[in-house]
Ligand binder design. Structure first.
Ligand code: GTR
Length: 329
């Protein structure tokens, strides 16, 4: 006859063994292996944001979620990676909200000139109901928005002259992102817009195919464009946020638990990215000044005035959304 105490001891022993096995082999389940794209190099705040997201997803899932980040446009230009993300070939992608508006028009509202009064207004919109709504609406075009990243403000740079007002843009070939709004904006302000992949701009500036482009200080610096386009005119025409998206195909195939972990990891990476952004932005401005770039601060009212036709045009398409953004206090 086995004593009840012995039975209990055996059961406790078996339970302890099972627990030990569970904790020492938490990775034996099937792994969730995901590919993430960014067109910036390691060290750039967006790429570092993705690295942080990957690290947190791994930690939070006990090693089950394995995100590999492919930086420096290794998986293709922004437009190509977006198409591949929609098809589920790329799982996670960090892109600018400008090219994504080619797939979902309303996302273009964030590219509108001077739509955000300042940085605080921008983050109120992105962290609030409007940001959430647009991130979810991406589902209709095959992607889900997970987090917004900081991208500061975009300004013109060129190799010919300082831009003090839109009149100075006339006759200059200025590269734009592959985004209808950005092409229209640059044309409306008076330049000839040349849509081109980000990766091709340096040599186009060097060989004179372009006179200039427009971007934020970290991109002006990290791409080396400051070496071949010395006039940087801080008109700050657009504050286009970055967004981290996941393919809807990938998303729908994930367990609810993995979805929650990935969302949380992305959200946590947002804070890290925003902090790194501030540091990088300051470092970039210092670097380009020291490199002899000619920086000027034009009066923004002339650019706002010059960009008005853009509001007439897109106001007809998604005016309600523009008004909603402007109404956020
Ligand atoms: C940068 C952005 C990139 C890309 C680039 C461009 O600010 O982070 O993803 O959109 O601009 O101008 O193509």
């Amino acid at each position: 006859m086995i004593k009840p105490a012995t039975v209990i001891r055996v059961i406790v022993f078996i339970l302890l063994l099972a627990a030990a096995a569970w904790f020492s082999f938490p990775h034996t389940g099937e792994k969730t292996v995901l590919k993430a794209a960014d067109d910036h190099p390691p060290g750039y705040p967006t790429t570092e944001g993705l690295y942080h997201m990957a690290k947190r997803a791994k930690e939070l899932s006990g090693g089950k979620i394995d995100i590999t980040v492919y930086p420096s446009a290794q998986l293709g230009s922004e437009k190509e990676t977006l198409e591949n993300t929609r098809m589920g070939v790329i799982d996670i992608n960090r892109v600018s909200c400008a090219p994504i508006s080619e797939f979902m028009e309303e996302m273009g509202a964030f590219s509108m000139p001077y739509i955000f009064r300042d940085e605080e207004h921008e983050w109120k919109v992105l962290d609030g109901e409007i940001g959430d709504r647009l991130a979810a609406k991406l589902g209709e075009v095959g992607m889900i928005g997970l987090a917004y990243y900081d991208s500061g403000a975009r300004s013109f740079y060129n190799n010919t002259r300082p831009i003090n007002s839109p009149a100075d843009l006339v006759g200059l070939k200025i590269r734009t992102q592959k985004s209808e709004i950005m092409i229209n904006l640059v044309e409306t302000l008076g330049a000839s817009a040349v849509p081109m992949a980000f990766e091709e701009v340096y040599s186009a500036l060097q060989t004179g195919v372009l006179e200039g482009a427009e971007n934020n200080p970290p991109s002006y610096d990290s791409t080396g464009h400051y070496e071949v386009a010395k006039f940087y005119s801080l008109d700050e025409h657009s504050r286009i946020p970055e967004i981290v998206v996941i393919s809807k195909k990938t998303w729908d195939g994930l367990s609810r638990k993995d979805q929650l972990i990935i969302r949380r990891a992305a959200k946590e990476s947002e804070e890290v990215q925003k902090r790194l952004w501030k540091e990088y932005e300051q470092k970039s401005m210092k670097k380009v000044k020291e490199a002899g770039c000619k920086i000027n601060y034009p009066d923004k009212t002339a650019f706002l005035e010059g960009a008005k036709p853009i509001y007439d045009k897109y106001g007809r398409r998604f005016g309600e959304l523009i008004r909603e953004i402007q109404a956020v206090k």
